[in-house]
Ligand binder design. Structure first.
Ligand SMILES: Cc1cc2nc3c(=O)[nH]c(=O)nc-3n(C[C@H](O)[C@H](O)[C@H](O)COP(=O)(O)OP(=O)(O)OC[C@H]3O[C@@H](n4cnc5c(N)ncnc54)[C@H](O)[C@@H]3O)c2cc1C
Length: 447
């Protein structure tokens, strides 16, 4: 029976880097992975979707070539097999690099198989029992399949099975109008599919400000994506080769018939098949691990990280442990980005209803030289500050280059520096970031 100082279940964002750090500190570590090394981000999430988004962007630019004075003779064609092959190569490079790093690290043993707890200090993998003083849970999540009427009668895709698609769906119906649904929707529209996004809420990406949601809707609709909001009662039926989604929307036809269906309605944690009860670990009603802050022995024995943790936002930076340096995990600064185009990074503002004197600066991308030069003027930049403390409270950026520019704001927030530091800075021209000081120079009260 092998004995380890630590067992890490799952090789997602935190698992491997934690393993390297523990091994570096002289510990003997077992890492267990039931499926693909690298987890969601590397295999079915961030990396492959951004590779696909890049292909879709190339298709979009090729179609717009004439606007830039570039002449392309003949039609623009999309070879979905090559699109997938490119994506697969990028993913494989990342996964293989991580796999060999784990396999070749002294003091780390990589086990392939599904881990289940046998007790608070032991897990079982295909009949083999491993013991350790510390067990780290990094099991992540998978696509949520909601119990909507008819779901078991129709074929459906998730972000994972979408990775095997090497053809162009004639009409892709996407249930879910948040980041994942939007990324796939815009991407497949750009590849040439007809796309309908069905969203239960009255607007897309509902945690964004209303005008951001409206701008996003406008952008995807202009590209030809059909958006159906307020779809409170969705049911599904198979009709010949088609999948029919019955939608109870306030506007539009009551049915949408398509060739393929993608579910993008959220994630659920992979905690239901871990036998957590044998280890005394408790989950909430949605399956997220509850952290027993008062139970010290439990806390000593277990560590958990990543998506499976209660209320962890489902984004990679929140689920990562830095391999080499100690990064600060801020529980107050919540930032993320969707990488549809234009990118839409956000830093969630603690401003609303806070009683603070909130000021906002704003600029449309039509007044950002870099965006005009690139021919990508959709969206706007908005920064919120506290008029008294001069603290930056948050930002909504929607525009080309904004997924990079947002970090200037984020760094200032981590430094707890007043916005005036950036307001007085001289940024490089021509960039999107160069307008951030200008935005901060024109602040107005927010009601
Ligand atoms: C389509 C899509 C696009 C995304 N794009 C972005 C993005 O652009 N930016 C961003 O920040 N985030 C993005 N995310 C979110 C990001 O992928 C996740 O936040 C991140 O991968 C979560 O990491 P994790 O380590 O918690 O879990 P995971 O990456 O899911 O890793 C968990 C691992 O544990 C393994 N495992 C589970 N149970 C067991 C078991 N019992 N035994 C052994 N192994 C087990 C799994 O096989 C998996 O490999 C995206 C997600 C999706 C779905």
């Amino acid at each position: 029976m092998p004995d380890f100082d630590a067992i890490i279940i799952g090789t997602g964002q935190a698992g491997p880097s934690l393993a390297f750090r523990l091994a570096g500190a002289g510990m003997k570590v077992a890492v267990v992975e039931s499926h693909l090394v690298g987890g969601t981000c590397v295999n079915t999430g961030c990396t492959p979707t951004k590779a696909l988004v890049a292909s879709a962007y190339a298709a979009r630019i090729a179609r717009r070539a004439a606007e830039y004075g570039v002449v392309i003779a003949g039609d623009i064609g999309i070879d979905m097999r090559r699109v997938k092959a490119r994506k697969d190569a990028i993913v494989a490079a990342s996964r293989n690099g991580l796999t060999s790093a784990l396999e070749n690290a002294a003091s780390i043993t990589l086990y392939r198989g599904h881990a289940r707890f046998a007790s608070s200090q032991a897990v079982e993998i295909a009949g083999e029992r491993l013991r350790a003083g510390r067990i780290f849970i990094n099991v992540g999540g998978r696509a949520l399949v909601p119990p909507m009427p008819g779901i078991n009668e129709v074929p459906y895709l998730t972000n994972s099975s979408m990775m095997d698609v090497d053809f162009l769906p004639r009409h892709l119906i996407i249930v879910g109008g948040s980041y994942i649904g939007l990324e796939f929707g815009q991407m497949y529209r750009r590849f040439g599919s007809q796309v309908t996004i069905i969203e239960m809420a009255p607007r897309l990406v509902r945690h964004e400000d209303e005008d951001v949601s409206a701008a996003i809707k406008d952008i995807v609709e202009r590209e030809g994506v059909d958006v159906r909001l307020n779809a409170e009662c969705i049911s599904l039926v198979k009709r010949g080769d088609e999948i029919v989604a019955k939608v109870d929307c306030t506007a539009g036809a009551p049915k949408v018939a398509g060739s393929h269906l993608l579910l993008a309605v959220g994630r659920r944690p992979n905690t239901d098949d871990l036998d957590l009860e044998k280890a005394g670990v408790r989950c909430d009603e949605r399956g997220y691990i509850v952290v027993e802050t008062s139970c010290k022995p439990l806390r000593r024995a277990f560590r958990r990280s990543g998506t499976a943790t209660a209320r962890a936002p489902s984004l990679t930076p929140r689920t990562t442990i830095s391999r080499s340096s100690r990064r600060i995990y801020s529980t107050t600064i919540r930032a993320g980005s969707a990488s549809a185009s234009p990118p839409m990074p956000f830093i969630l503002a603690a401003a609303r209803n806070s009683g603070r004197r909130v000021l906002a600066g704003e600029r449309p991308m039509t007044r950002v030289a870099r965006a005009v030069e690139k021919g990508e003027t959709q969206g706007f930049m908005r920064i919120l500050v506290d008029g008294d403390s001069k603290e930056i409270l948050g930002a909504s950026l929607l525009g080309t280059g904004c997924d990079e520019a947002v970090h200037a704001i984020l760094d200032l927030m981590y430094a707890k520096a007043p916005y005036t530091v950036m307001q007085r800075a001289m940024h490089i021209h021509p960039t999107v970031s160069e307008l951030l000081p200008t935005v901060l120079g024109d602040l107005k009260p927010v009601s």
